[in-house]
Design a binder for this molecule. Structure first.
Ligand code: NAP
Length: 187
């Protein structure tokens, strides 16, 4: 962990490329009652380091689950069907095309991090090139599960064992995957 993703990749990764960033438990659970099912500061730190200075794209419910929103030092894009939705300090989009148009028009030559939830991961499954998947080796109670991912199109390029301590009590591992044949975001 810590190496630049461009250096870890076997292929030429050029911005703007798309990533998924999420944490799941051993059953693929990602959420509970509008919140995370666990408290794991090490994963929050990983999330921040991974997404900082980039673009984060999320569903309205995920956006509203963030206590200090928008996420600072990142361009926040929120997807909602509500045409009158306002999110101070964030860009509001109403479709996948809206998001891609915005990235293209503003020439956002940055990583585009899709940070959930379920429908937003599903929406960008064909475009994503990099997966940042934290697996927490524990079984939690919750109501929201990561959609099925076609891992056969990806290869693991990095695995880091998380450190268990008094603040991070669950064993966890940080996986990074690269799509075997990178997709172009705009074709
Ligand atoms: N563990 C993790 O890494 C992780 C990551 C993200 C989220 N979560 C958890 O997951 C839960 C929230 O996720 P969720 O899946 O329930 O909700 P979500 O995807 O964050 O938000 C769903 C909302 O996004 C909007 N939306 C979805 N698809 C759209 C489209 N194609 N066009 C326009 N708007 C669209 C709609 O908003 P409107 O209803 O306003 O139209 C929809 O109700 C929380 O518990 C959160 O903590 C966990």
């Amino acid at each position: 962990m810590g190496d630049k993703i461009e250096d870890q990749c076997c292929q030429d990764l050029t911005t703007p490329y798309m990533t998924f960033v999420w944490a799941e438990d051993e059953n693929g659970l990602i959420g509970n009652a509008g919140d995370l099912p666990w408290n794991l500061p090490a994963d929050m730190k990983f999330f921040k380091e991974t997404t900082i200075d980039g673009v984060v794209v999320m569903g309205r419910k995920t956006y509203e689950s963030i206590p200090k929103r928008p996420l600072k030092d990142r361009i926040n894009i929120v997807l909602t069907s509500q045409l009158d939705y306002e999110a101070d300090g964030a860009i509001v989009c109403h479709s996948k095309e809206d998001v891609l148009d915005y990235i293209q028009e503003k020439q956002l030559n940055k990583p585009i991090h899709i940070i959930g939830g379920v429908s937003i991961f599903n929406l960008f499954k064909d475009e994503v090139n990099i997966l940042y998947r934290t697996i927490i080796e524990e079984s939690f109670v919750g109501d929201t599960y990561m959609p099925e991912m076609d891992y056969k199109y990806f290869r693991v390029i990095d695995v880091t064992e998380g450190i268990v301590d008094e603040k991070n009590i669950y064993p966890h591992r940080f996986f990074v995957y690269e799509r075997k044949k990178l997709m172009n975001l705009f074709n």
